[in-house]
Design a protein around this ligand. Sequence first.
Ligand SMILES: [Zn+2]
Length: 267
Amino acid sequence: MRTCLFCKNTGIFQTREHIVPESLGNDTDILEGVICNSCQNYFGREIEKAALEQTPIAYWRSYLGIRTKKKHLPSVNLDPPARGAIPAFHPASDIGIGFSAHEDGSTSIDVDNSVFIQRLLSKDTDEYRMILSPWHLSIIGRFLGKIGLEYVALSDLDYAFSAQFDDIRSFVRYGSTTRLWPIYWGQQGKLEDLKEPIVWAGSEGRQEIECYRYALGKMIRGEMLFAFSIGTDLMVVCLTKRLPIPDIENCIADTKLACVFYPDGSW
Ligand SMILES: [Zn+2]
């Protein structure tokens, strides 16, 4: 008998849980028999799908051309859901916009938004604006919390079951319509360098783009942090304490993070 890492129901689980989704290229970091079928299905359906298709992570997947687990190049439409218990819409967000990766390494933007087309034509903008609504932050916070706690479990399963992770465990599995998990967000590297190929002199080779990086870290006072980067975005969550901790803004060397958060019940 095993206990599920998230819902704590007991049973015999035969799940193989990819800690980072296969669609981001992970085929090595896997938890076996640690998560129940119901939680695994729920995460795939309700959290990972949205994170991979409707958040900045979706943009990076298409920009970097990260193939799906069926080896297709990604094509995403970033429109948030039209309705739900947590607000997903912001009037300043550009909607009706998607991105597709192509075999030659390029990315195209697919626009079904006349206001945005007018702005492009009038040269008022060359930017796409995605506002991180409470819904986006809920999805990304739960996505990062799931991956972070699973990495804790991969290195020390008993520790991952300790009570200090109960709050994030519950937030990941059950979510909340009134509260979010703070995400500390910064930028690392330059966009133009991300696709810079490694060039062989006199040989031929295949180009692999690095997609994501992650790290677990522990603050001096014992709080457990999880950092995840994709493209130029670097995101950090504290796995053991939900309310903002100002020190975290300086926890990554040479990178200033800003806390992205809406206070409890503020929507
Ligand atoms: Zn479960």
